[in-house]
Design a protein around this ligand. Structure first.
Ligand code: ADQ
Length: 469
């Protein structure tokens, strides 16, 4: 078997006692440990002021995985990470054109860092390595490596949505982005809708077409573009949840509830997650369903994220203010309706909290997949499972047909769905849960990794000559 080389912006080098938060880190850590290989990317640290060039990668090995990381300069991080990746691609790919900020400076920083990644990775590569690049920060990496002469199999997985062409074309360099994607052998998306968006783009912009074998030709190069919905370690997570009553934090939370029903939300503090709209829906629910006052507690666990990006600081204030407003309006001397907590929680405690919750609320305005929805399902007690309230705009909605679907822009509708979830009879909960559990058990993170790598390792014949399309 060829060696697997994974490249992602951030490399979560394992630190004892610190759980990885963030979907990519969670999904890939297990996958890497199962197969071994090399994982290359940014260390998470900044170079000292005044230094611009990172030194050689710092290499460590743990659990059969070699981690090679480089530090980045302040300027590189401003332009490539906080700038083009997180102020342009992230909002745009989440359909939020009004939040984008495009500058030539950040775009050139984005390309500069992609080139730097290619240059620092190159000496570590062997001819038969299979290279798997992750996420929107690194779209141009394969093109950079190919320009340096590498002919390895290269795959790319986009963890976030691929937007429809009317949105994508708001990006001044959209043609380059699609051309860069075509430098890979496989480009994986989360859902069939993302693939459809790619196909529509290619057709409308007249840059390619679908081949009879299912692949696409785009900008003259053949590439497999398919949906590989990311999964979780379903069995392991379910087992941890089932054993979670031994966890002290979980026990403390249970005692603190005094038989009130728990509603849980777990999200990085990000505008794509619809946290503000969710709190508003909870406020409406408390207003319209007064019999639930004093009988439920909504726990929203939300670690801060990307604080260096201005839109995130603004949203942090907005959400904190909303949470304060709800508690100010509805708290009793012995009851707080909303517990809003800005911290991460270890995997064991998280699994136990999901299991205790009568309702999991996962209501992003747009999400590539959303692993929290799958974790919530995996953690339930099969005899008495909770209900999942899920946004139709999460990629997970394509798979989790047993969820109560909601439109997060419809605050009143979400409030109503929350009441319905809390009232749902156990038979209906069991039925809905078992169909969801079956799905995530079969399509778990191992399926995701193996099916992507199978597609990547399949040696397609040389791309057909295409001419102009
Ligand atoms: P994210 O936007 O980070 O991921 P998500 O898929 O929900 O979103 O994953 C978050 C992960 O972090 C989950 O495993 C969750 O348990 C963990 N996490 C969140 N808050 C936590 C907390 N307070 N304490 C501990 N752990 C916490 C991106 C895309 C998603 C896509 C994933 C994977 O935006 O759409 O599903 O990548 O592809």
């Amino acid at each position: 078997m060829s060696r697997l080389v994974v490249v992602s912006n951030r490399v979560p080098v394992p630190t004892p006692g610190v759980p990885p938060a963030g979907g990519l880190a969670v999904a890939l850590s297990g996958a890497m440990q199962a197969r071994g290989g090399l994982w290359f990317g940014w260390s998470g640290a900044k170079l000292p002021p005044g230094e611009t060039e990172p030194s050689e990668p710092q290499v460590t090995t743990a659990d059969g995985v070699t981690y090679a990381v480089i530090d980045l300069s302040e300027r590189d991080l401003d332009e490539y990470y906080a700038g083009f990746s997180n102020r342009m691609l992230w909002p745009l790919f989440h359909y939020r054109m009004e939040l984008t900020e495009f500058t030539r400076v950040s775009l050139s920083g984005y390309h500069r860092v992609n080139r730097l990644f290619a240059q620092r990775l190159a000496p570590m590569l062997k001819p038969d390595d299979v290279i798997w690049v992750h996420d929107y920060h690194l779209i141009p990496l394969a093109a950079e490596l190919r320009a340096m002469g590498f002919r390895n199999r290269m795959g790319f997985f986009l963890h976030i949505p691929f937007p429809p062409p009317d949105v994508l074309t708001a990006l001044p360099n959209h043609a380059d982005v699609v051309r860069s994607l075509a430098a890979y052998d496989v480009a994986g998306f989360q859902t069939p809708i993302d693939v459809e968006n790619f196909e529509t783009y290619v057709r409308r912009e007249r840059v390619g077409r679908r081949l009879p074998d299912g692949r696409f030709v785009a900008h003259g190069r053949a590439v497999t573009v398919e949906a590989f919905p990311v999964g979780i370690e379903t069995d392991a997570f379910a087992a941890v949840a089932a054993a979670s009553n031994r966890n002290a934090l979980v026990r403390r939370v249970r005692e603190s509830l005094s038989d009130r029903k728990l509603i849980i939300g777990v999200d990085r503090l990000d505008y794509s997650k619809g946290i503000a709209q969710r709190i508003q829906a909870y406020e409406t629910f408390l207003l319209l369903d007064p019999e639930w006052r004093g009988r439920c507690v909504y726990l929203q666990i939300t670690p801060k994220s990307r604080e260096e990006v201005p839109e995130y600081a603004a949203m942090e204030r907005e959400v904190a203010e909303l949470a304060g407003r709800v508690n100010g309006a509805y708290s009793e001397l012995d009851w707080t309706p909303l517990r809003y907590v800005n911290r991460t929680v270890g995997r064991n405690a998280l699994a136990g909290l999901y299991r205790q919750a009568a309702v999991g609320v996962v209501t992003p305005l747009r999400d590539g997949m959303n692993l929290v929805a799958k974790e919530y399902v995996a953690a339930q007690d099969p005899e008495n499972p909770g209900a999942l309230l899920l946004s139709r705009f999460a990629g997970a909605a394509a798979e989790l047909d047993g969820a109560l679907m909601t439109n997060p822009y419809d605050v009143d509708g979400t409030a109503g769905a929350l009441a319905r979830a809390l009232d749902m009879a156990v038979e209906e909960r069991r039925e809905r849960w078992s169909s969801m559990f079956r799905r995530i058990k079969e399509y778990d993170v191992t399926w995701w990794r193996e099916s992507f790598l199978e597609a990547l390792e399949k040696d397609d014949e040389a791309p057909p000559s295409t001419g102009r399309m």
